[in-house]
Ligand binder design. Structure first.
Ligand SMILES: [Zn+2]
Ligand SMILES: [Zn+2]
Length: 77
């Protein structure tokens, strides 16, 4: 099973996010939305790890948030 995000999905998520990080985890240290600008190397993060790469299961994360999630283990939104 092909389990990789398509470039098109990245475009769609970026557009939905308005070019801003969609993270809402308070444990990152931001209140509410992170809203850092998504740079070229932003991370397409699956909300449910085992679920497919579809628009409803992914959020765009800045690198700081992605790293913070990794640091906190498998915490989900
Ligand atoms: Zn962020
Ligand atoms: Zn965050």
């Amino acid at each position: 099973m092909a389990d990789n995000p398509s470039p098109k999905l990245r475009e769609q998520v970026y557009a939905r996010a308005g070019g801003r990080c969609e993270c809402r985890l308070r444990s990152c240290g931001h209140l509410g939305h992170c809203s850092s600008a998504l740079r070229d190397d932003w991370v397409l993060h699956r909300i449910k790890a085992g679920a497919p790469y579809v628009l409803s299961n992914v959020i765009g994360l800045c690198h700081a948030c992605h790293n913070s999630r990794s640091a906190h283990g498998a915490r989900r939104q």
